[in-house]
Design a protein around this ligand. Structure first.
Ligand code: 13P
Length: 288
């Protein structure tokens, strides 16, 4: 088996752009998550992105998770990225770079544009100096629990001209854009702004990322991929699969709950969900 290490994200997304598919980026928290992502990708022969929120990294430690992901990548023969998701400051970015992550996101989207650009530019320089890639965010990806009022859309969704400036000035490899998707489960019917996506795609030279990939109608995901989205983030649906499997083990257990049974059950449930998403995003078979 060929040995490969964690790869930077920009190479993977370049292939995705050429091939007309998106790579799934799955938020995990532990070794069961790492194994679920990499085993699912192997079974689908797909490139894949393992990613973590800073809350998960704070819990397990960047070096631990990087060592686990590196082992998983070395033992697999599909391309694997380990990515920091929503890094809130340059310290978080630096810690993950030093730990061996192969990609980082800096998210200063809540700050005014000039500050977002300034901090992003520094994060990009740090990532590129280490030979890895960087993602940033422009606009506001909302929450599924609350629909964005129509009047706020113009203000909060990503502006194509701002995106052009942002990418030119920061040199960021991938850009998370706000086009109407939201984190968490939707309590309203999502309606992605495809005209905005087309305009952003036409105005920028970067890989476009769709956050809030859980619970989105499949036809909207397919259309977004056709229009140039090359990375799709999935966290909530994966936690849903984990939760259902955990509840099943707990319900079937009397007295002591064996951790090994939990580990196996949640890993298999996550794996099944990840395989489905990989097929939906069109990256199945693209590792070969
Ligand atoms: P979901 O909550 O829709 O899974 O979104 C996850 C995400 O975008 C992580 O950055």
């Amino acid at each position: 088996m060929a040995l490969r290490k964690l790869v930077p994200m920009n190479y993977m997304l370049a292939d995705a752009e050429k091939g007309g598919y998106a790579v799934g980026a799955f938020n995990i928290n532990d070794m069961a998550g790492v194994q679920a992502v990499v085993q699912a990708a192997e079974e689908e022969r797909s490139p894949v992105i393992i990613q973590m929120y800073t809350s998960g990294i704070d819990l397990v430690g960047a070096r631990y998770i990087a060592a686990v992901a590196e082992t998983a990548a070395q033992n697999s023969n599909v391309p694997v990225v380990l990515h920091l998701d929503h890094g809130s400051d340059l310290e978080a970015v630096r810690a993950c770079i030093e730990a061996g992550f192969s990609s980082v996101m800096i998210d200063c989207s809540k700050l005014p544009l000039a500050e977002n650009m300034e901090i992003t530019q520094k994060a990009v320089q740090m990532a590129h100096a280490a030979g890895i890639s960087a993602e940033a965010e422009l606009g506001k990806v909302g929450s599924g629990s609350q629909e964005m009022p129509a009047a706020d859309k113009q203000r909060f969704l990503t502006d194509p001209e701002e995106a052009r400036q942002f990418v030119e000035q920061t040199g960021v490899d991938a850009l998370a854009i706000a086009i109407g998707s939201a984190h968490g489960l939707y309590e309203f019917t999502p309606d992605l702004d495809f005209d905005r996506l087309k305009a952003i795609q036409n105005s920028t030279e970067t890989y476009l990322v769709l956050h809030g990939g859980s619970d989105l109608p499949e036809d909207q995901i397919r259309r977004a991929v056709k229009l140039g989205i090359t990375k799709i983030n999935v966290a909530t649906d994966l936690s849903g699969a984990y939760s259902a499997a955990l509840r099943k083990v707990v319900a079937a257990s009397q007295g002591i709950i064996w951790p090994g049974r939990v580990f196996g059950a949640v890993r298999e449930a996550m794996k099944e969900l990840i395989r489905e998403r990989i097929r939906l995003f069109g990256s199945s078979g693209m590792a070969d």
